[in-house]
Design a protein around this ligand. Structure first.
Ligand code: NAP
Ligand code: F7E
Length: 329
């Protein structure tokens, strides 16, 4: 029998799935990535890994598919990264978001309970759970006050993970990750929307960038750094919950300004405020305190905020020039 550890990642086609798969391959794992059936190919972020990982089909909406995945592949670790993760969509499709991002977690946990309770489990919890923040900075002990259907669904996922840990003794951990970005980020999220459009403006392909609330503050890190914390959580003797963040907060405006400055431009000449991008309820301020992750996991972020913004703008310039497929960072 093979002694190579096997990990199963839901959400393999997403930003974090691709970075986590790379990390686990480097560490010698066999990696099974769960994708959902689609009429178009959604493997852009993992195209470079397709020879090295196994793709299996399943859906967080379908309980039996979760059970079958575990029976067929017998992983020792499961990383639940799948979610409807875009906050504005959660206001438009609150029930679907609850089904996937909330109840979907129970479907995975229950499959583990039934098939093999020794499987270690990682849940992708989110700083959106802090919402209207009750404490600054936010720690594992800060009370939760979500401000969107996405945030509410993540609170459910977070607590059901704790509940399965306490009820059934599962090695189930939650990473409360603050915003993390990369050149592989979806184009609808603020930092990627900015980097891609700044790149277009720098190349003379357009002149205007329409954005919403520039006053919100976020704690932004690099996704490549954050997946390391996920893996570290599952290597601990005991399961637990950890905040993963940089400990710095920046206004949306600052990120926009920095991205434009990187290409020698003034954001005020190009940005137009559009009410369409405002949300029914906003999360005004996020800043995490990752002391526990540093002390217990030995984890620290490596990429600074200016490095992250420059990396994303440069990658989008290269992508638009056709030098890069957007996947090598
Ligand atoms: P992402 O790029 O939006 O990826 C989400 C993944 O979930 C995609 O692979 C998507 O598949 C999959 N998915 C959606 N619905 C599904 C379903 N019903 N069944 C199976 N798979 C489904 O998200 P990300 O940025 O990589 O984030 C990873 C996880 O961390 C998510 O749970 C997110 O909520 C959470 N999180 C993210 C951040 C952040 O700043 N990035 C911070 C905190 C927490 P398709 O490709 O088919 O759509
Ligand atoms: O917005 C403001 C917007 O969509 C950041 C997800 O990964 O992180 C992410 O959630 C801020 C908000 O991310 C635009 O109002 C202004 O204040 O990049 P975002 P998010 O909502 O913070 C958490 C941790 C997650 O877990 C989520 O899955 O930027 N903003 N103008 C805008 N945002 C967008 N998207 N588009 C704009 O035009």
């Amino acid at each position: 029998m093979s002694t190579t550890p096997k990990a199963l990642i839901t959400g393999i086609t997403g930003q974090d799935g691709s970075y986590l798969a790379e990390l686990l391959l480097e560490k010698g794992y066999d990696v099974v990535g769960v994708a959902r059936r689609s009429s178009t190919v959604t493997f852009e972020r993992i195209a470079h890994l397709q020879e090295d990982i196994e793709i299996a089909f399943g859906d967080l909406l379908d309980q039996y598919s979760m059970i079958k995945l575990l029976e067929d592949h017998q992983p020792v670790e499961v990383y639940n990264l799948a979610a409807q993760s875009f906050v504005p969509t959660s206001f438009d499709q609150p029930v679907l978001t609850g089904e996937i991002t909330g109840l979907g977690v129970t479907r995975v946990l229950d499959a583990i309970r039934v098939v093999d309770p020794s499987i270690r489990f990682y849940q992708a919890s989110s700083s959106e759970m802090f919402g209207k923040v009750q404490e600054v900075p936010q720690t594992e002990a800060t009370p939760l006050y979500p401000r969107s259907p996405y945030g509410v669904a993540k609170v459910y996922g977070h607590w059901i993970t704790i509940n399965y840990r306490e009820s059934y003794g599962l090695h189930a951990s939650s990473g409360i990750l603050f915003n993390h970005e990369s050149p592989r980020r979806g184009h609808e999220f603020l930092p990627r929307k900015v980097s891609y459009n700044v790149a277009k403006i720098a190349l003379g392909l357009q002149d205007e960038l329409r954005l919403g609330n520039l006053d919100a503050r976020r704690d932004w890190g690099f996704a490549g750094d954050y997946v390391e914390a996920m893996w570290l959580m599952l290597q601990q003797d005991e399961p637990d919950d950890y905040v993963v963040s940089t400990g710095e907060t920046h206004e949306v405006r600052e990120l926009v300004q920095l991205a434009f400055e990187h290409v020698g431009k003034n954001y005020e000449d190009h940005v137009v405020i559009d009410e369409k991008f405002y949300r029914p309820a906003e999360v005004d301020l996020l800043i995490g305190d990752a002391t526990k992750a540093e002390k217990q996991l030995g984890w620290k972020p490596k990429t600074s905020f200016p490095e992250l913004v420059a990396m994303m703008v440069d990658a989008d310039i290269a992508l638009l020039k056709g030098d890069l497929k957007g996947i090598s960072h």
